[in-house]
Design a protein around this ligand. Sequence first.
Ligand SMILES: Nc1ncnc2c1ncn2[C@@H]1O[C@H](COP(=O)(O)OP(=O)(O)OP(=O)(O)O)[C@@H](O)[C@H]1O
Length: 335
Amino acid sequence: MTTTHDPRSAAAAPVDQRSGQAPAIAVRGLRRTYGTGSDAFEAVRGVDLTVPVGTVTALLGTNGAGKTSTLEVIEGLGRASGGEVEVLGLDPIADRRELRRRTGVLLQSSGFSGDLTVEETARLWHSTLSTPRPVAEALEMLDLRDRSAVKVSALSGGERRRLDLACTLMGRPELVFLDEPTTGLDPESRREVWRLVRGLRAAGASVLITTHYLDEAEALADRLEIMHGGLIVRSGTAGEIADGHPSTITFDRLDRALPNLPGATVEPASADEPRTVLATVDLQTTLTALLDWARDERVRIDGLDARTASLESVFLAIADGGHDDRRAPATPKGA
Ligand SMILES: Nc1ncnc2c1ncn2[C@@H]1O[C@H](COP(=O)(O)OP(=O)(O)OP(=O)(O)O)[C@@H](O)[C@H]1O
């Protein structure tokens, strides 16, 4: 069951501490299991996720992390095995009709018929909505007016994606789900989609986006949630996520033993890895000590690279399992 209490009860609804407003999406202890008995696989193992109204949240994750399994429950397309989910204060499955009217969902692939033209597709979609934008306006927003008479099958991948997005935004949704919205788009079209997403937020809409592009998440999202192994393992702004994560210094294999470097963990070069990697929470101190030693001992350090933690380095560390600090699974709630 998706919710364990009446989501329409104001007393039960979680409230955003800063705005005093119920969030657009509130997920608590979400679990989702595929299969039964000895074949059962728990893909989502206790996820908490809040999307405040008027903000953009990016859900990121390694392959198979459980993003789609989570999104499907929030979108009312799949059932949870445990936990609570409220979308615009409603139950995604029981209130699917109302939510369909108030939300826009961009799936990874829309499945529009290739035989219809862009305009016919948009008109067909328009006829299913209660208070849509005019077709021409929606096509204009995605720069598709001059492709109106072209059959969907003849569109490029990027044009198809823009048509998907035009339909997603046609119903003036309060809440928008964007599943990898810019995959297949050229850089210019990606920027155009970013502009649209920022416009949606400026107009007060809430957005939950999944993407494999970390620069996209960093550019668009107020908050990032990184999933791994069925759990959210990191949350916050890109800066908060990188903060406290070790910086790295790498260089080519040396034929000398390194001295004791304050604050650093050393992963020496090996048969598989020709470079030495130092991880440090104090980049300046460790780098200064390394360079002082090299000068005093007349050691040449080739291929020297020093970098502070970035969203990418944190993500890669999670994917590698090297700094996997995933939380223990939460206690089942209603599972
Ligand atoms: N219908 C299903 N039956 C069994 N296992 C499933 C099913 N759907 C997904 N899984 C498994 O659940 C896990 C999470 O899958 P999910 O598609 O939610 O991950 P994801 O984060 O969206 O991954 P990706 O980025 O690779 O699309 C994976 O191990 C996947 O193989």
